[in-house]
Design a protein around this ligand. Sequence first.
Ligand code: GTP
Ligand code: MG
Length: 203
Amino acid sequence: MDLNTQKAEFILSAAKLADCPRDRLPQIAFAGRSNVGKSSVINRLLRRKNFARVGSAPGKTTHINYFRIDEKVYFVDLPGYGYAKVSKQERARWGKLIEQWFADTSLLTLGVLLVDLRHKPTADDCVMAQWFKDSGKPFVVVANKQDKIKKSQWEPNLALIRETLQLPETVPIVSFSAEKGLGREELLGMILDHIREEKEGRT
Ligand code: GTP
Ligand code: MG
């Protein structure tokens, strides 16, 4: 199966679960700390500059953004977590929405958990990883901002990420740089594999 990444449309911004599309197209969910680069990774996959909004008012977005690619798959930009200046109410709203989203098993096809290759994953990252594990759906970890650290740190940091998030062996980690494009083909390949599997599983 091919995916024409040029054919990307913004569909909607969901403020509540009822707004989320349920038309059985696979849903690839991108989750991660605010500012880790979720929108940038989506932009890079789609070879767009400003498609999924980058860097505007971190933490203000408690909406789930849906993009449809080639009428075949949704890329779901989940609202970022861990932004210090977010109010208690907003945090609670975030938690409720995400919890409901994960609880609705008809939504998630493949999870993409973004972390920062430079740092040890935070407690919030560990909670997010646990949600993906509990979902029972496959997920991959993307270690972004690789261009920001020395090559000698790549391997040890990847190991620290795997250990801290307690990733099962079946969960791959992809080194990524949304800035430079590194990891694009590998991640896109994984996404396509999962869409294919999902399709075969249904027919
Ligand atoms: P929220 O939507 O606020 O949760 O943030 P986000 O996770 O979508 O992050 P976003 O894509 O907006 O990126 C945050 C900042 O990091 C921007 O200034 C990006 O340009 C920068 N950035 C993202 N990925 C990379 C990368 O791989 N390398 C470098 N050097 N900068 C990056
Ligand atoms: Mg974003």
